[in-house]
Design a protein around this ligand. Sequence first.
Ligand SMILES: C[S@@+](CC[C@H](N)C(=O)[O-])C[C@H]1O[C@@H](n2cnc3c(N)ncnc32)[C@H](O)[C@@H]1O
Length: 280
Amino acid sequence: MSTFAYPIEPDLITVEHLNECSYTDFVGIINQWNVPPGSYDTLSRWQVFGGVGSESRVLEIASTTGFSSREIARSTGCTAEGIDISEMSIRLAQYNGERYGDGARVEYRCEDGLELSDDRTYTHIVIGAAAKFFPDPVKLVLKCTELLEDGGKLLASPFYVEGQIPEELIERARGVFGITVTNEPYAEVFQPYAGLDVLYEEHFAPRQETDAELAHYCDSTIQRFSRDAGVTDADVLDAARARLLDIKRVANDLRPYQRWATLVLGYRESQYPHRYVELF
Ligand SMILES: C[S@@+](CC[C@H](N)C(=O)[O-])C[C@H]1O[C@@H](n2cnc3c(N)ncnc32)[C@H](O)[C@@H]1O
């Protein structure tokens, strides 16, 4: 018997609910460790080029199940907070911090990123590729500048596209993720960050994963869900695995069109939102 109680009510862990709940609730219920584009590689670059250290105070916006904040806190010793609008995800983020954080100093709360009001300021704010999930990314970035200390850093990794994603694939992705995936070129995706200094910028093209890699990931996540939540019903586990694989397949099919930029963006109160320094 685990000493960590799984924070999801058993009556939400049914075939019907797993098939019908929203994408964000599903990620929370099965405890998928949703990552920013680039995964650990992106975290390493943010830490090194953004100067995250043990004295840093990090806020992750749209943290889902807490991957970025937890792993950055684990490896640097900083304190980190995470917020997300999905209660299921926040419950699992808190659980992961306690169970898998190796003593990381992390805290999570359910909150709307656009409504955030805080007396505290942060040295770093992680938003990964999440700006796209907000109705008004410009307002979100403005909100981040209010929460950053002078000289603080925004850590982002937005997706953009080269060429055009076929309409049929955009539709499939909308069915799976419940949002319209990014289909804009870099200049457009970068627009909300225009008032910040580009301290570090690197562009990447994701490779497609093999069927064996997708299966390894899905099997591992579902086996952990089974163990941690005490789920033994084969129909429930099959339903969870099928939906996770569906999500991973659509994401994988999008890869040839997608690029992402790993960014460290500097906020200086005396300069924001102007650009006095050339981009290139
Ligand atoms: C794809 S995930 C973010 C991915 C990942 N954290 C990253 O770094 O790219 C999108 C998350 O945004 C959250 N979200 C959407 N709207 C939000 C809002 N207004 N406030 C806070 N979180 C929100 C969703 O609940 C979901 O967990």
